[in-house]
Design a binder for this molecule. Structure first.
Ligand code: SF4
Length: 650
């Protein structure tokens, strides 16, 4: 039986009731600062619009101070700017008064301030939809030289310039923003509008609106001077006549709990209402209701609120809702009591992509916790780590399947290249960068290259991933080579490039495959070593003398492409004629002379001079040009006999 003859109630808590991210951030900041400095701390105006919280803060030596009282502060005092933010002029005043000014302006509000400044500087008139005297609006107005047009419904807007930028107080009602916009559209030519109503406000308003349509009574908990709580009250009141605005559990009227006509009671709370005040209200209603054990729904909802206090576990992957996009990063609600930040350097993105182009308020993002708290008290998140995990498993799969992947080369180190695949480090040894040796690898930095993973070792200390571009190139090359081998035939004349020189010949590249040009096949003339006539990179024409497709061997000839100088030697050099020739080398029996490249002849030692000489060097020198008489020509044996002394007899 319900206590005091009260009637059983269903108590339904609205989604997202209570502290918003900006308010929680400001309160946490104040407490952190208090703990850090361990002395009285001041806030410019009440930190939040909730008397119970303000009293709680005062008990903890955090005191509100008015702007016209700041001259009472001394240089070493600490003052906190609350989530509403302030104008640049007021900020300068604070800085001139105390050394330590802590800015706890909600990032949402900072965003509006920046927009006001930007468009004002661009020559736009700034229209703010909101309450003229609200501190947040006063602060924003300060960012456009206090020249904003401020209106609740647009009806009082006069003398607007032709181009305007429309912004909204974060806690304004959506319908008011639309009303103002409708009026502005009619009187201005160029309009830039940003619906800057905070999603925290919006979601609270929507949830409260929905519940208020279904219940017999609504209890709206929050400070009487809280604008967002007042708006919640107005929204609920429009749907539910029995809507009551209370500051705490003590103000919940017995009439609601006593009424037999009121069965379902909805509860919502403003963004400046802490969880403990909501809990107290629940507990009170639950006790009155005498259903502590039976009202399962209430217990579940309280459990949900408790759950916000659960342990934050590093490494946990979870989904979060974007509540603000700033230059520093993204703020998200990840279902914990504390809000979270996804810093820009932890966002998996291309360098030139802006955060505001990737995220918008309300987006759901999968993130990983990488720190339980940063120095500002936020949980720190990463999508880079999620990408890295995904990247690692893709690398592993590529390794197991022998598939190729594309990596970005990040730096050049001793021994090779460091590359990255979705944030995972992959080492490429220098010998695996190309099919041939490369001296300087710096030109690869910043490039995207395909590789094959050739080693993947998992382990805490010695994990490593090694990639090879060469392996991939080799596969491609093998395919290309197959085509070339198929195409080439003995007797073909092809273009080639000298790749490497050895004493016994030159290696010539033909469409990617190498053939050997033996030293004896370079020229009809005598060639001591290939480097005497060829150099690396020379482009030459060669004839395929032989091709062994099975063993992948090709022998080439350059000299075969010119006529054998012995072909008509008997016609070119008739017996008895006198010829000018060059002394090439000596033998014990005579001197070899060159008639033309590839055609050598012998002057026997007895045919060198009328004088008696024992060896050719007594009558000749190497390189000397001499006249000689042709004694005999044998085309078959490629022998020509000459006489110098007979030529001189003429
Ligand atoms: S209501 Fe929105 S803008 Fe205002 S403090 Fe909370 S999060 Fe920030």
């Amino acid at each position: 039986m319900p206590k005091g003859g009260l009637h059983l109630k269903n108590i339904i808590l609205a989604d997202k009731a209570g502290f918003c991210f900006g308010v929680r951030r400001a309160v946490d900041e104040a407490i952190n600062i208090k703990n850090k400095y361990n002395k009285d701390i001041y806030t410019l105006g009440p930190l939040i619009h909730n008397n119970d919280v303000v009293k709680f803060l005062e008990k903890n030596n955090i005191f509100p101070i008015k702007l016209d009282e700041i001259n009472k502060l001394s240089k070493n005092d600490v003052i906190i700017i609350r989530s509403h933010g302030i104008s640049p002029k007021v900020y300068d005043m604070l800085k001139a008064t105390v050394d330590t000014v802590i800015d706890a302006t909600c990032p949402y509000v900072s965003n509006i301030q920046q927009k006001a400044k930007k468009y004002f500087d661009l020559g736009y008139g700034i229209v703010i939809v909101g309450d003229f005297n609200h501190p947040e609006v006063e602060g924003i107005n300060g960012w456009c030289d206090n020249k904003a047009f401020i209106s609740k419904d647009g009806l009082d807007l006069k003398n607007l310039p032709t181009k305007v930028c429309v912004l909204s107080q974060t806690t304004e009602k959506q319908e008011n923003f639309e009303k103002v916009l409708n009026i502005v559209v009619k009187s201005c030519k160029e309009i830039v509008a940003f619906n800057t109503i905070c999603s925290a406000t919006e979601v609270r308003q929507k949830a409260a609106e929905e519940i208020s349509k279904k219940v017999d009574a609504m209890i709206v908990i929050g400070g009487k001077n809280s604008s967002n709580t007042t708006k919640l009250y107005e929204i609920c009141k429009a749907n539910c006549e029995n809507t009551i605005h209370v500051e705490n559990s003590g103000e919940i009227p017995e009439t609601i709990l006593n009424s037999k006509n009121i069965v379902n009671i909805g509860v919502t709370a403003g963004a400046s209402t802490p969880e403990w005040i909501i809990k107290e209200a629940f507990i009170k209603m639950n006790e009155e209701n005498n259903q502590g054990e039976n009202n399962q729904e209430v217990n579940e909802q309280l459990a949900f609120m408790q759950q916000n206090d659960k342990q934050i576990v590093v490494g946990e992957t979870l989904k979060g809702e974007v509540i603000s996009v700033t230059e520093k990063g993204i703020f998200l609600n990840v279902g914990y009591k504390v809000d979270a930040i996804l810093p820009e350097n932890e966002v998996l993105k291309d360098a030139d992509v802006k955060l505001e182009d990737m995220f918008k308020v309300g987006d759901e993002v999968t993130v990983k916790i990488i720190s339980r708290r940063n120095e500002d008290g936020y949980i720190v998140l990463s999508t880079v780590e999620i990408g890295r995990e995904k990247g690692y498993s893709e690398l592993k799969e590529a390794f197991e399947k022998g598939e190729s992947i594309n990596v970005i080369v990040k730096e050049c180190v001793k021994g090779g290249l460091i590359s990255s695949y979705k944030g995972v480090r992959v080492f490429i040894p220098a010998s695996h960068v190309e099919l041939f040796h490369i001296d300087d690898l710096n030109s690869y930095i910043g490039k995207e290259i395909g590789i094959k993973i050739i080693e993947l070792v998992e382990g805490r200390k010695n994990s490593r991933i090694v990639g090879s571009r060469k392996e991939l190139l080799r596969v491609d090359k093998d395919k290309l080579d197959e085509v070339v081998w198929e195409r080439l035939n003995k007797g073909d004349i092809v273009e080639g490039e000298v790749k490497r020189l050895a004493d016994f010949g030159a290696f010539v590249g033909i469409d990617g495959i190498d053939g050997l040009l033996h030293v004896s096949e370079i020229s009809w003339a005598r060639v001591n070593k290939p480097s005497d006539v060829l150099k690396v990179s020379d482009k030459i024409k060669v004839l395929i003398l032989d091709i062994d497709k099975e063993n992948k061997k090709i022998s080439l000839s350059m000299k075969a492409l010119s006529e054998d100088p012995w072909t008509n030697v008997d016609i070119k050099y008739p017996v008895e004629s006198i010829v000018l020739c060059k002394v090439l080398r000596f033998a014990s029996f005579g001197a070899f002379v060159e008639l033309e490249p590839g055609v050598d002849a012998l002057v026997h030692v007895s045919e060198i001079s009328h004088k008696r000489i024992d060896k050719p060097s007594e009558g000749l020198t190497i390189g000397q040009l001499v006249k000689a008489k042709i004694l005999d020509v044998n085309k078959e044996t490629k022998k020509i006999g000459l006489s110098i002394k007979e030529a001189n007899e003429l």
